[in-house]
Design a protein around this ligand. Structure first.
Ligand code: AMP
Length: 421
């Protein structure tokens, strides 16, 4: 009996993996051009890390986290996101003293026990960045510019960056109270989720997908109208700088993000072609998080993109895993020399597949066709006798095989392959 994979956990087959690698290389190049260095963080953390950072009332911690007791009783969680781990690692390594301004990025799987559907899995992959130690609007503007540049290199069509300000410890509490009051007065019209979380996490009211809730909150108070003066100034300056950089932003006053730790600038990136799961990435400022996790009062801003959704949105132009050369040994005694030749070609940088000598040439060439190689190199008793391998260009219409000496240099072989075009 076959054993199926775990629900929401998927396999990435070679073509998708190859496309992903290209995406990752491009995103890395952009991140590194902005001075970000990679940090590797573990897949598991103590559960309390996320309860304290993401927030114990967030959906992630309340409903979606893979949390369990280790054999020694330690409460463990598979990481549902990267920011908390990066900040923990940063503090644990003493970097808040050694590197008070830090630009770090990470890459790897995250785990959330959500209901799986297109673009939503229980294990997914994020590439994310954290810019620690700066609270000025310029840092936000640079971060938004970096986000746009990643969207560009990822080939996301029609991407939109939506921004909002979530205020700070000065202005948000009063706004929060105003929103709770607004909700209380309309409690009967809200969905069960909103009813349940109104007092604990009222901001979620604004991004509830339920139509009745959207109707109720159409004239709800918005954070953007309740910002204190410093938050207002900060927000205006971010928009002004980003405008000067030529990056387009859309203001969305209802965008609140799911996590507790955000303040001031928050943003979400959407792209076409994703259906209900429109967000490819998101992030924001989190000036209280480092202190919340036991560190100094250090500000930060960051974001994460989901690679699966980026790939979905960028379309299905997955590169086939094209090989260059197929080596076909046509007799048992040709197998050894064919393998030696293949190894030599691989060391020269060609991607080479080799057939099995007990298969007919026709079957081997069929396989060569299937793996998409351009050239087949044939090696049988005649070739061993003459010391020259036969080359066929499988893409060319005319069939005039070339040949090269088995001890030819890489350049000579290259020229011979080209010559058959
Ligand atoms: P979040 O921090 O929740 O905004 O997540 C950042 C990004 O990660 C999202 O915009 C998605 O691209 C991706 N993401 C989050 N949850 C999932 C999931 N369950 N499956 C696939 N991608 C996800």
């Amino acid at each position: 009996m076959k054993i199926p994979s775990v629900k929401g956990f998927r396999d990435v087959l070679p073509n998708e993996a190859a496309a992903r690698r290209i995406l990752i290389e491009r995103a890395r190049a952009v991140l590194e051009s902005y001075g970000f260095g990679e940090i590797e963080i573990p897949l598991m953390e103590r559960g309390e890390l996320f309860a304290r950072s993401v927030g114990s009332t967030s959906d992630i911690v309340e409903k979606e986290m893979y949390a369990f007791d280790d054999r020694d009783g330690t409460q463990i969680a598979l990481r549902p996101e990267g920011t908390a781990s990066v900040v923990r690692a940063y503090l644990e390594a003493g970097l808040s003293r050694a590197m008070p301004i830090a630009r770090l990025y990470y890459l790897g799987p995250m785990f959330r026990r959500e209901r799986p559907q297109k673009g939503r899995f229980r294990q997914f992959t994020q590439i994310g960045a954290e810019f620690l130690g700066r609270d000025d609007a310029e840092a936000d503007a640079e971060t938004l510019c970096l986000v746009a540049d990643i969207c560009e290199v990822a080939g996301l069509s029609g991407y939109r960056i939506e921004v909002n300000s979530l205020g700070d410890g000065e202005c948000r509490p009063a706004y929060r109270e105003a929103l709770v009051e607004f909700g209380r007065a309309r409690l009967a019209d809200l969905c069960d989720d909103c009813k349940a979380r109104l007092e604990r996490n009222p901001l979620r009211l604004l991004d509830c997908k339920n139509e009745a809730c959207s109707a109720v909150t159409a004239d709800a108070p918005m954070m953007i109208d309740h910002l204190c003066e410093p938050c207002r100034t900060h927000h205006d300056r971010v928009l002004q700088l980003v405008g000067e950089l030529g990056v387009e932003l859309t203001h969305n006053p209802r965008m609140v993000r799911g996590l507790d730790y955000y303040c001031r600038t928050a943003f979400e990136v959407s792209a076409e072609g994703l259906g209900a799961q429109g967000a490819v990435g998101g992030g924001g400022r989190y000036d209280g998080l480092v202190a919340e996790l036991g560190g100094p009062q250090l500000p930060g801003i960051g974001f994460a993109f989901g690679l699966e959704r980026m790939q979905l949105a960028a379309g299905d132009d997955r590169p086939e895993l094209n090989l260059d050369i197929f080596v076909a040994p046509m007799a048992a005694e040709a197998a050894g020399p064919a393998m030696a030749l293949a190894r030599r070609l691989r060391r020269e940088g060609w991607k080479v597949e080799i057939g099995a000598s007990d298969k007919k040439l026709k079957a081997q060439l069929k396989r060569a066709d299937k793996v998409g190689v351009r050239y087949a190199i044939l090696l049988g008793p005649d070739e061993l006798e003459s010391g020259r391998a036969t080359v066929r260009n499988l893409g060319a219409r005319s069939d005039h095989p070339g040949c090269f000496a088995l001890d030819a240099t890489a350049e000579e072989i290259g020229r011979e392959l080209e010559g058959t075009n």
